[in-house]
Design a protein around this ligand. Structure first.
Ligand SMILES: [Zn+2]
Length: 358
């Protein structure tokens, strides 16, 4: 009797220990995803609204490159990073990567703003999250506030940075380093991103990916009457099929937006692929995703203002970018370039190659 019962007890114990481990494993997975969500508590409609209203207010005078309004913008951005204890990038002066640009014959002093969170395990591999900080300035006495273009993207990068910092403070430092890059001179012809890729603060060969945000706060006419929450993604699969897979699966598991690939084509009629800062990264063989809401009636008009932004949708789009960056930052292997872009057959967009000396 004795030994037999013992065996039963042991079996019982072993079986239950097995279930206990299974249970703990499931709890761990569950709490990880719960925790990941809690890092994004800062991405909420109220805070986004406050920040977009400030950054697109008349105080910033349309943020024209080199002018007073742009100087105020870079001060605002750098003070945000300072306030949440994210440090300046290597080689910057108080977050500023200073440069001199020749804009239609005038020499302009301006700067990118760059901050960094260093990775825990692969700190010499970099993910760059970018958006342009400038806009059109003032014309004929009217201020071009640029709430969508690109207060939405600027605030997006700040909030993604803050979410990463929340993770760090909870003991979850990303494996790879994250560089937060706010670019000047975009509206003058992608000049700040050209300067960065010509004078990189971190080696381009160790830069795994660029996530670029330019206009993510509005709904375009194509989607106006649909209930679906959408975003256009451009570039996801052009250099790396893995990047496309990570982007798709992250969205499926988190924000579940409708991903529209209408502009994801190097010869599409509007040539959107060539029209924001990610292009200088792609040109250097760095896979990139450009996050974009499409063209609308207030595009590059003084009527691109803060009360027209869809804050609920902006929140979900920013969360998608954070979750995607998180996946990319923490996966064991870096994503690989497995394709190359062939520009030789371009018809619609040939002029952009001349513009960028390709
Ligand atoms: Zn623009």
């Amino acid at each position: 009797m004795g030994p037999y019962l013992q065996t039963n007890k042991v079996r019982f114990l072993i079986k239950n220990i097995y279930y206990l481990f299974l249970y703990l494993f499931a709890c761990n997975l569950f709490s990880q995803s719960l925790r990941l969500d809690s890092f994004t508590n800062n991405i909420n409609e109220n805070e986004l609204k406050n920040l977009v209203y400030v950054y697109s207010s008349d105080f910033f005078k349309g943020r024209e490159t080199g002018k007073l309004g742009q100087k105020r913008a870079v001060k605002f951005i750098s003070e945000f990073y300072e306030s949440i204890n994210i440090k300046e990038a290597n080689g910057t002066e108080n977050y500023f990567q200073k440069m001199e640009l020749n804009i239609s014959g005038n020499i302009i002093q301006t700067e990118n703003v760059v901050a960094v969170i260093e990775g825990s395990e692969k700190s010499n591999e970099y993910i760059i999250i970018s958006s342009h900080l400038d806009h059109e300035g003032e014309k004929n006495g009217q201020i071009y506030n640029g709430a969508d273009d690109n207060a939405s993207g600027t605030i997006g990068v700040l909030k993604v940075a803050e979410s990463f910092q929340n993770a760090v403070l909870s003991g979850y430092r990303p494996k790879r380093s994250i560089v937060f890059l706010h670019l000047t001179g975009e509206e003058k012809g992608l000049l700040g991103s050209k300067f960065y890729t010509d004078n990189p603060l971190y080696p381009l060969e160790n830069t795994m990916v660029n996530l670029n945000i330019d206009m993510i706060g509005r709904i375009d006419p194509k989607h106006k009457n649909n209930l679906e929450r959408y975003i256009y993604l451009i570039g996801t699969n052009l250099l790396s099929s893995e990047l496309h897979e990570v982007s798709e699966s992250t969205n499926k598991n988190t924000t579940k937006l409708y991903l529209d690939y209408k502009y994801n084509d190097i010869d599409q009629s509007e040539c959107i692929y060539y029209r924001s800062d990610h292009f200088h990264f792609v040109k250097n063989n760095i896979p990139a995703i450009f996050y974009f809401n499409g063209i609308h009636q207030d595009y590059h008009k003084p009527t691109d203002t803060a009360e027209k932004i869809e804050y609920g949708l902006l929140k979900d789009r920013i969360k998608l970018i954070f979750f995607t960056a998180w996946e990319l930052a923490n996966r064991s292997k870096s994503i690989k370039v497995d394709k190359n872009v062939d520009y030789s057959e371009l018809i619609n967009c040939r002029r952009y190659l001349k513009l960028y000396n390709l």
